[in-house]
Write a protein that binds this ligand. Structure first.
Ligand SMILES: [Zn+2]
Length: 189
């Protein structure tokens, strides 16, 4: 990541809106923005396979495993503004092998820390987990608020965008999808 380029870019934006980038309140802003952007986009440079190494035997466990309400924040690639919320992931384990539960949150973080679209983020998480963990199926549901929508007053503050992606058993059996969604939405009361 090129820190100095981000600093220069923020200075230009401040100039562009007609404010004085050298006045007291703004003089350190480009460096502060660059530092926070670095934290937004500093994603883990590690393959999905490495993150999702199968690690535990679950014997005869054949039902789904759901991790609900993983907090995330990402950046809308159309407006360079945050969107954030909760992601729930369910999967049916491969040959009785399950991954450590924190691994799912690491996949969420990896795909969140980049310029994104909510729809793509949803699909990428499902694909990563489907390829390396869950040949029985994956279900991902993302509920997010987008600053680009709410700040302009087009959508009321608090409006959420819901996206989902699934594969395997979840596409074939609507009752599993209903069970998982009920568990997710009941937690959000
Ligand atoms: Zn946007």
């Amino acid at each position: 990541m090129d820190f100095d380029k981000i600093v220069a870019g923020v200075k230009m934006m401040i100039d562009g809106i007609g404010d004085d980038a050298l006045r007291e309140g703004l003089v350190d802003t480009p460096v502060r923005v660059a530092a926070i952007w670095k934290s937004f986009f500093d994603s883990e440079n590690i393959s999905d396979k490495e993150i999702l190494k199968l690690s535990f035997g679950a014997e005869n466990y054949g039902d789904f495993i759901l991790v609900r309400n993983i907090q995330f924040s990402s950046f809308c690639e159309h407006h360079l503004l945050p969107f954030f919320g909760k992601i729930s992931v369910a999967y049916i384990p491969k040959n009785g092998s399950v991954v450590g539960l924190s691994k799912l949150a690491r996949v969420v973080a990896k795909y969140s820390k980049r310029l994104q679209l909510q729809e793509r983020l949803t699909r990428q998480i499902a694909d990563a987990i489907g390829q390396h963990t869950a040949n029985g199926g994956v279900f991902v549901l993302v509920a997010a608020r987008h600053v680009c929508m709410t700040a302009r007053g087009i959508v009321q503050p608090g409006a959420e965008v819901i996206t989902r992606a699934m594969c395997g058993e979840f596409l074939l059996d609507k009752s599993i999808v209903a069970d998982v969604q009920q568990l997710i939405f009941s937690a959000n009361g």
